[in-house]
Design a protein around this ligand. Structure first.
Ligand SMILES: NC(=O)c1ccc[n+]([C@@H]2O[C@H](COP(=O)([O-])OP(=O)(O)OC[C@H]3O[C@@H](n4cnc5c(N)ncnc54)[C@H](O)[C@@H]3O)[C@@H](O)[C@H]2O)c1
Length: 257
C-alpha cells in the first residue's frame, strides 16, 4: 500500500485508479498517495516495479473491459477498505485507424477500453457511493474529445463518448451526492506519446513541431495532469460536476496562423 500522508487534500479517502501502473495513471497513484489517499491500482499489466511501497494488496490485476473482473475487483476493494470514495477511469489505448480498413473487432477492442471500461467501473462503484450519498468519479478523456488529428477517428469518437458519459452520469447522480467530471489531457509525455513520435518519419522533427504548436512551447508532464485530477477528485471541487477540464499547455485555444 502507498503510505498515505495523514493530512492532505485526499486524507482518509479510498481511491481506485485504473491503468495506474505507468504514465498518467502512475502519476495519479503517486499524487493521490502523497495527498493522503489509500490507492488501489487496477491494471492489466504489472504493478509499477520501481514502487516497492506499492504492495500487492493495493494492486488488483484487472482488465477493465471484462465486467466479471471489474465487479470482483470493486468488491475486493470494498471488502478490504469498507468503501470507495474516488474512482479515476484512466485506463486507455491510442487508436490509429482508417474508417474503411478498420475491422469491427478492432473497433470493439478500442471502444471496450476507452469507453465501455469507464462505464463498467462506474457501474460497480456507484452502488457503494449511492449507499453513502457521496463519491467522486474522474474520467480521463482527451483533447481529442474536442479537437483531433488525422488517422485517429475511433479514439476521438470514444473520448467524445467518454465526455458524454461524464455529463450523463453527473446529471443522474447529482441528487445522490456523487460528482462525475472529466479531465482532458492534451499531449502528455508518456509511453503513448513517445510511441507516436517514434512512428513518425523524422521523430526529432515531429517532436519539435509539436512543441512549437503549443502556446506554452512544451507538452504537459504526467505529474501536471495528476495535480489537476487530484483537485477535481477532492472535496475542494465540491461544486463541480459534469465538467470537462483541459490540461493541454494551451493547444486548444488557438487556430493555425
Ligand atoms: N499521453 C497522452 O498524451 C494522453 C493525452 C490525452 C489523453 N490520454 C489518456 O490518458 C490515459 C492514460 O494515458 P497514458 O499516456 O498514461 O497511457 P499508457 O499507455 O502509458 O498507460 C496506460 C495504462 O493503462 C493500462 N491499461 C490498458 N488497457 C487496460 C485494460 N483493458 N484494463 C486495465 N488497464 C489497462 C496499461 O496497462 C497502462 O498501465 C488514457 O486514457 C489516455 O487515452 C493520454
Amino acid at each position: 500500500m502507498m503510505t498515505p500522508r495523514s493530512h492532505g487534500r485526499l486524507s482518509d479517502k479510498i481511491a481506485v485508479v485504473t491503468g495506474g501502473s505507468r504514465g498518467i495513471g502512475r502519476a495519479i497513484v503517486d499524487k493521490f498517495a502523497a495527498e493522503g489517499a489509500t490507492v488501489v491500482n487496477l491494471d492489466l499489466g504489472e504493478p509499477a516495479p520501481d514502487l516497492p511501497a506499492l504492495a500487492l494488496s493495493t494492486f488488483i490485476r484487472t482488465d477493465v473491459t471484462k465486467e466479471v473482473e471489474v465487479q470482483s475487483a470493486m468488491a475486493a476493494v470494498v471488502e478490504a477498505h469498507g468503501r470507495i470514495d474516488i474512482l479515476v477511469n484512466n485506463a486507455g489505448v491510442n487508436a490509429y485507424f482508417d474508417a474503411v480498413t478498420m475491422t469491427e473487432a478492432q473497433w470493439d477492442s478500442v471502444f471496450a477500453v476507452d469507453l465501455k471500461g469507464a462505464w463498467l467501473c462506474a457501474k460497480h462503484v456507484l452502488p457503494n457511493m449511492k449507499e453513502r450519498r457521496a463519491g467522486s468519479i474522474v474520467n480521463i478523456a482527451s483533447i481529442h474529445a474536442s479537437l483531433t488529428m488525422a488517422g485517429m477517428f475511433p479514439y476521438a469518437a470514444a473520448k467524445s463518448g467518454l465526455v458524454g458519459l461524464t455529463r450523463s452520469l453527473a446529471l443522474d447522480y447529482a441528487p445522490l451526492g456523487i460528482r462525475v467530471n472529466a479531465v482532458s489531457p492534451g499531449w502528455t509525455r508518456t509511453h503513448l506519446v513517445e510511441e507516436w513520435f517514434s512512428l513518425q518519419p523524422d521523430p526529432a522533427a515531429a517532436e519539435s513541431s509539436i512543441m512549437t504548436a503549443h502556446p506554452m512551447g512544451r507538452i504537459a508532464t504526467p505529474d501536471e495532469v495528476a495535480n489537476l485530477v487530484a483537485f477535481v477528485a477532492s472535496d475542494e471541487a465540491s461544486a463541480m460536476t459534469g465538467a470537462s477540464l483541459a490540461a493541454d499547455c494551451g493547444l486548444g485555444i488557438q487556430f493555425a496562423t
